[in-house]
Design a protein around this ligand. Sequence first.
Ligand code: C2O
Ligand code: CU
Length: 458
Amino acid sequence: MEGMDNKDSSMENGHASHNNPLALNNSNGENELALPPIIEPKNGIVDITAQQGTTEIFKGTKTETYGYNGSFLGPIIRINKDQTVTFRTKNDLSEPTTFHWHGLEIPGNGDGGPHQVLEPGVTEDVNFTVNQGASTLWFHPHPEGATAEQVYKGLAGLIYIDDENSQEINVPNEYGVNDFPLVFQDRQFTEEKQLNYQAVLNEDGTIGDTLLINGTLNPKLTVGKEKVRLRLLNGSNARNYTFKLNTGDTFQQIATDGGFLNQPTDMKEITLTPGERAEVIVDFSKMDDKTDIALINDEGTTLLPFKIEQKTTSTSKISEKLNDFSVTEEEKNLPVSKKLELFGMGTMVSINGNQFDMNRIDFTQKQGETEIWEIYNKPDMMGGMTHPFHIHGTQFKIVSIDGQEPPLNLKGWKDTVSIEAGQTVKLAVKFNNKGIYMFHCHVLEHEENGMMGQVEVN
Ligand code: C2O
Ligand code: CU
């Protein structure tokens, strides 16, 4: 079978090759973490242009990259609940692209899936009213056959939604002061320090030995002696990350993909598969500035060292009640309406035995009606691997994982759920808008290889 040749012994664990170690790249010195600019609607309009350029990721070297409103990655689009917005999207690339808003509950014709291609030079307006709570979402391209490569080259940005609640619960929200985005992406650079996707493509998930956070190589982050909010996005094509503090200290998770948890939840570590987000609070107020503190992964590799500065501490106490999320008894008792079986590897991945076909609608669902989707990750001879399962246009609830209630930190709005080989996950899924939406594995090479289907909501 093609694609099997790339496999190595790490296939034995369910995570396939996605946990190959990251190399430390200390030759390049430490760099202060880049912070993307924030853009807000002007007269209701947000301009977003996909473009190409060069970026100095390594000092003195120009790497050819893609970006939104710049040469690499993208800005943070900051919008409010109930606000009516126009995203004025423009394709300045020399190839077709789409603008997909990952996690946004938006009518299907504005979702930016593979049907909504913008040819080079084309501008298109996407109008909608923000109809969901405070959350950290993201956006990236989704053209059939080129999603993985365009993301790899740098097309990814964040969306922050604010609402009344998020202003009242005393979570740190001063951007760049005590509220930081952290977009994690691994890349494999060529000797010339270029991003040559086709040369490093792995059909089971392209990984690289070099970590970039917000596009910064060897980043460090300077923080005050206070509670700091980190908004984590796994924006990698395929790598999973397990985040911890090197001191072994706990931190608090406050949000999942699509909103706040009901209460701050103590965690020693968090695993994010591609597409997933989590917001956490790290309390630096108790640490003195000599503490050698860093975010590390489960192999002990330093991902992000912190420098603690003596700054006036904001004493605000984070509210104990952040949200009122629940899976209702009714939802728990609903019969299963849709069954999905994820299977295969490499170019042979499938959902219910099918590979993606733009002209085939796999499921239908009524607007505003909650249905239970049961997703089974069927193991193969090699054991199988974890698939991050994502549905467009909705925030769903995890009802159960292998028949058990989800852990506390997954009791919140999700749009991407990690499903290990052999696991069965039940989701309560409701679409508030009409249209055709994708569901797929967010290992971008699996998505590209056809581990994707379509649900039509009417
Ligand atoms: Cu993050 Cu179909 O995508
Ligand atoms: Cu997958």
